[in-house]
Design a protein around this ligand. Structure first.
Ligand code: HEM
Length: 117
């Protein structure tokens, strides 16, 4: 259980780093956003986050469900932004607004994760 928890936390932090890192590096761009890594990482965040919650419940650890619910809603917005960016890039329409939704809300989720105790 311990090793599974560590693997999930590592994947969760890597996913966070990919979305927020890509966003910070590319936020001033007008085109050619790295949309696929952001989309994959947004899925990773949802899957690993929910798996961490499942593991905590199985292990009878205390969970702050208001915080988890808030993070879940924000993570769904991040995924919607990433899907929107992917589709917009395929169609040749504006990617920037979608990319900023994904990156901006992932940054908010990072702050929620760290400051809400
Ligand atoms: C873009 C989406 C997300 C980002 C950027 C994010 C970010 C983070 C960060 C930075 C941490 C480490 C905070 C700390 O331990 O002090 C964390 C931990 C955690 N996150 Fe997320 N998160 C996201 C989505 C989610 C979702 C959707 C869930 C579940 C519904 C979730 C559940 C958790 C849990 C349970 C932990 C605690 C892990 C542990 O130490 O046992 N996260 N998250």
């Amino acid at each position: 259980m311990d090793i599974l928890h560590s693997i999930l936390v590592a994947a969760h932090l890597l996913g966070m780093a990919v979305i927020v890192g890509t966003f910070l590096v590319q936020m001033r761009k007008k085109s050619d956003f790295a949309v696929v890594p952001v989309l994959i990482a947004a899925i990773v965040q949802l899957v690993t986050g929910l798996a961490l919650v499942g593991l905590a419940e199985a292990g009878d650890f205390d969970l702050n469900y208001a915080k988890i619910g808030t993070k879940l809603v924000i993570a769904v917005i991040v995924l919607a932004g990433a899907i929107g960016a992917f589709v917009a890039q395929r169609r040749g329409t504006r990617v920037a607004p979608w990319f900023h939704v994904a990156g901006g809300f992932a940054t908010i989720n990072l702050l929620v994760a760290v400051f809400w105790r």
